[in-house]
Design a protein around this ligand. Structure first.
Ligand code: DGJ
Length: 704
């Protein structure tokens, strides 16, 4: 076997070197000529004094035992004290599109199998490792990264955030030391989602060499970046275990979550060009293709916990009249649920609010031609619930020990079959009793006492949640599910395998949403991005925004409405109707085209375009007061340079002269014609926008 195993995909080549007993990435970049093999001398590194004789032994699974002095990818221990591992290459097995590399340390009693799969069309590469305890004592895993990857360049774009401000991107350079982002909340998290991008200095939306990483795991995790002593930069991602959580019995195995990685020479949009089709085809397995995403009406910001049947029917009527296609009954519908302190776990309709059950509302909604969806939070129970009164021991935690509550609730121990069974039976019963097309699956508290049977069970709980969703889907294959965790706290590729939409954020304020959606869209395509038109006054920011900005912001995702539409004035209602109609008309483009984030002419703006065969739709939203006085041209990237487009502003300002002495023809509503090249290089005349205003342009490819 040659010293290198080669994988190709998406115009890239990955060379995995296996000489010297250890697997390393020798090359990952634009496709190499077939048959190319680097001179062995090209792979040598000078070794400095003051370090081990073999230098820093960095590879796909660096271990201290093999001479690596950075953060190792594997840390284990035995009850008798052993902890050194020195895995050596045993063999490699090729599969279509991938390979498995096996390593073993018979003395330590550890085996590892690293799997690498390259998606041929997109080049998105999946790394995961399975460890086996081949010894005769239990093997405790302290840390096991899916893989360690070298970051080619040192500027890191990481994501933090909080409730109602998810996917808050920040950049840093790491001159020395180690940066880690950890979530210990039992969910993907608002503050430390397991993604990052690293690239060459100043990489942007359209330029720069970048590597994007995404750990597909919906529980506790760690993502780290470390400057090694020899100057290289490593990244690792894996599950974060609680003390003593992952102990393998003799013969036992543990498989890491998958770390998805993609590289691009064309900046962040280049990454999305790989991740979006990959998500569509591989993560969602093509299941949304050809199934237009129905426009939602969600009751939460319209009525919160105040459920009144006639009011809800009236809301459904107004929503249907506005063009909505699916009505989602949010929190507040079940037995005893009048605020967020009680009733989670008791999944039957509240007899006071729904004396005849959900039937009358479901029938009414369906008689309007709408699908019916229902909010649930299956992993939780309130202390004040019939479920916990009957089974106080069904929660994760140590029996008898008080634990901090989140929203007055506990996390159910779904690792116990009887608990999972009881929740499944309740949910399945609801789905059998009513034609429910959709579940909004929420998860609203951090998990701080993940103990089951006296042992840590954070990992097992995540697996149990996956299993519960999988079982429910298998039993109800037509039902779609949305992943929600207090907004966007559970947004990752593993939950998305089994769900159809992600509730991006509880912040429906479009000013915030523009930035949230920009960062979210690096990894996720627009059709899974829940985006709602909220009320004019945002409950999360206390800001007031126009219907136009709210609607034109929601237009670019999986659109919905989440406000009391009966309170909209006639002009707003007309505008909402028009926006929904526009969304429906352009849905094939919006949900199937190529999303290209744009560099706006003013730094206080956010701009997107979705480009398809027939044309494009672009938005320019001014989220802050403009920094520059006159609007610079809007240079729109991503179009076909040779094609000619008829460009029209869909929402010419009604009082344009309030902000502009001269209003360009395009901004007056006239159609202008230009080539894609002109639009990219010279740009479109843009309006002067004030904070909170948005311009939307439709570009139709002209036959001429
Ligand atoms: C949190 C979700 O993110 C909201 O959209 C809403 O469903 C509430 N929970 C209901 O309690």
């Amino acid at each position: 076997m040659s010293d290198q195993l080669r994988l190709d995909g998406g115009g890239d080549t990955l060379l995995v070197g296996i000489s010297g007993g250890r697997p390393r990435i020798d090359y990952w970049g634009p496709e190499l000529p077939q048959g190319f093999a680097p001179d062995a001398g090209l792979l040598e590194r000078a070794r400095p004094h003051g370090m081990l004789d073999g230098g820093e032994a960095f590879d796909l699974l660096p271990e201290a035992g093999n001479g690596f002095t950075g953060a190792p990818a594997l840390q284990v221990s035995r009850p008798s004290g052993g902890f050194i591992t020195q895995l050596r290459h045993q063999g490699a097995q090729r599969r279509p599109g991938g390979l498995d590399i096996t390593l073993a340390d018979p003395r330590a009693g550890v085996e590892a199998a690293i799997s690498i799969d390259v998606d041929a069309p997109t080049g998105v590469t999946a790394f995961r490792t399975r460890f086996r305890n081949t010894g005769d004592e239990p093997l405790r895993i302290e840390w096991a990264a899916a893989a360690a990857l070298e970051l080619p360049d040192g500027e890191v774009l990481a994501f933090g955030g909080r409730w109602a401000r998810e996917f808050d991107a920040h950049r840093f350079r790491l001159p020395a030391g180690l940066w880690a982002s950890e979530a210990r909340t039992g969910r993907t998290s608002h503050h430390a989602p397991p993604f990052l991008v690293a690239g060459e200095a100043g990489f942007g939306e359209h330029h720069g060499r970048v590597l994007g990483l995404h750990l597909a795991w919906s529980g506790d995790h760690r993502l780290l970046v470390e400057r090694l002593r020899d100057g290289r930069l490593q990244a690792q991602a894996g599950e974060l275990f609680w003390p003593g959580e992952m102990v393998l019995p003799p013969g036992g195995t543990y498989g890491t979550p998958t770390l998805y990685a993609a590289r691009s020479e064309a900046g962040l949009n280049g990454l999305s060009d790989r991740f979006h089709p990959f998500v569509r085809d591989r993560i969602l397995d093509g299941r949304l293709r050809g199934r237009p995403r129905p426009v939602h009406f969600n009751t939460w910001e319209a009525v919160y916990f105040r459920h009144d049947l006639s009011e809800l029917k009236a809301l459904a009527d107004s929503a249907a009249a506005a063009g909505v296609e699916r009505f989602v009954l949010d929190d507040g519908w079940f037995r005893g649920r009048n605020d967020d302190t009680a009733a989670l776990g008791d999944w039957s309709p509240d007899p006071v609010k729904y004396p005849d059950g959900l039937g009358p509302l479901v029938e009414h909604v369906r008689s309007l031609g709408l699908e019916f969806g229902l909010w649930v939070e299956p992993e939780m129970a309130n202390a004040d619930s019939d479920l916990l009164r009957a089974h106080p021991d069904w929660v994760l935690g140590e029996p008898g020990r008080e634990q901090p509550l989140g929203r007055g609730q506990y996390v159910l121990d779904l690792t116990r079959p009887e608990v999972a069974e009881a929740i499944f039976a309740q949910l399945d019963g609801l789905l059998s009793a009513h034609p429910i097309a959709y579940l909004k699956w929420d998860m609203n508290r951090d998990l701080t006492h993940p103990a089951s049977g006296g042992r840590p069970a954070s990992h097992a709980q995540v697996r149990a949640v996956y299993a519960l969703i999988d079982r429910l889907r298998a039993a109800n294959p037509a039902v779609e599910i949305e992943s929600c965790a207090s907004g966007g706290g559970r947004a990752d590729y593993e939950i998305l395998r089994r769900t159809d939409r992600i509730w991006t954020s509880d912040c429906n304020d479009p000013i915030e949403r523009q930035s949230i959606q920009r960062a979210f869209s690096i990894f996720f395509p627009p059709e899974v991005m829940g985006a709602h038109v909220g009320p004019a006054d945002s409950h999360t920011t206390a800001r007031t925004t126009s219907l136009e900005l709210r609607a034109m912001t929601a237009l670019f995702g999986h659109m919905g409405v989440e406000a009391d539409v009966r309170a909209f004035n006639p002009r707003e209602l007309e505008a909402l109707k028009a926006a929904i109609a526009l969304h429906k008309r352009l849905r094939p483009l919006l949900h199937g085209g190529r999303l290209v984030r744009q560099v706006p002419p003013d730094p206080g703006a956010v701009a997107f375009a979705v480009v398809g065969e027939e044309g494009a739709l672009a938005s320019l939203a001014q989220v802050e007061t403009p920094r520059i006085a006159g609007a610079a041209p809007f240079r729109l990237q991503g179009l076909d340079a040779q094609a000619t487009y008829d460009v029209r502003m869909l929402n010419p300002p009604r009082r344009a002269r309030a902000a502009m002495k001269h209003v360009p023809a395009l901004v007056r509503g006239e159609t202008v014609r230009a080539t894609g090249r002109w639009i990219a290089e010279t740009g479109l005349p843009a309006p002067i926008l004030r904070a909170g205003e948005i311009a939307v342009f439709q570009l139709s490819r002209s036959a001429a």
